[in-house]
Design a protein around this ligand. Structure first.
Ligand SMILES: C[S@@+](CC[C@H](N)C(=O)[O-])C[C@H]1O[C@@H](n2cnc3c(N)ncnc32)[C@H](O)[C@@H]1O
Length: 221
């Protein structure tokens, strides 16, 4: 899943991962995190997700990062906003209203850039990456978030031998292994979604569940 893979998907409009509505798990579990209005929420690998609009409607500022400028331009156009552009070492920052989206590489972001993020929402980001990149993502992007940051992570579980990713299966043991050191992962929900996923049924996948994790980062020493 190198950058070229994603750029091609966006160029060709092969973006089956994009949802026309808000992630239901976000709606169900976000308020329980107790993040105050006005706080900033980081949305890594954000695409043009409408979850960002939902978070803004809860009073949050949203900081996204996304490789594809097609996705980011589409997002702002869809919101009827014209962003101002500013170039930094991390990429081109697009800002308008409550949204700032960096067109750049999530793995490159540093602690200073993410210092104001009290929250994080990961849907189709961790699971978009193969195993070695997931380890890198946790060790760089998530590791740059500040102590006390809390958020939600949505994962998928299915027998990886039955279908190739993305999206990839990420089992509970891996969530613990990736985040158990610096974060406190708590499983909030697991649901069987195979009946609603014909692509997985057609591929012969025998079971498919989705999980929602609450993660809270320990204070930094
Ligand atoms: C499966 S999509 C999910 C998008 C979004 N989270 C959603 O729910 O619609 C993964 C996105 O991550 C972006 N991406 C992949 N690798 C990235 C990286 N290293 N830095 C920033 N964005 C990346 C891709 O361009 C793609 O838009």
């Amino acid at each position: 899943m190198e950058p070229g893979f994603w750029h091609e998907r966006w160029r060709e409009g092969r973006i089956g991962f994009h949802q026309a509505s808000v992630t239901p798990q976000l709606e169900r579990h976000w308020d329980a995190l107790g993040l105050p209005a006005g706080s900033t929420v980081f949305v890594p690998l954000c695409g043009k997700s409408l979850d960002m609009r939902w978070l803004a409607d809860r009073g949050h500022r949203v900081l996204g990062v996304e490789l594809s400028d097609i996705a980011v331009r589409d997002f702002f156009a869809g919101q009827g906003l014209v962003p101002s552009l500013q170039e930094t070492v991390f990429g081109v920052h697009h800002a308008a209203g409550p949204f700032e989206i960096i067109v750049g590489d999530a793995f490159a972001l540093d602690r200073e850039t993410l210092a104001d993020c009290a929250g994080v929402f990961d849907r189709a980001a961790l699971i978009a990456l193969p195993p070695d990149m997931r380890r890198r993502y946790a060790a760089t992007t998530w590791a740059a978030l500040p102590g006390g940051c809390r958020g939600l992570l949505v994962t998928l579980e299915y027998p990886q031998t039955e279908k190739a990713g993305p999206p990839f299966a990420v089992e509970a043991a891996e969530v613990e292994a990736l985040f158990g050191g610096d974060w406190s992962p708590v499983l909030l929900e697991r649901a069987d979604i195979l009946p609603a996923e014909p692509r997985f049924i057609d591929a012969g996948v025998s079971s498919l569940t989705t999980s929602v994790w609450r993660l809270e980062r320990h204070p930094r020493p």
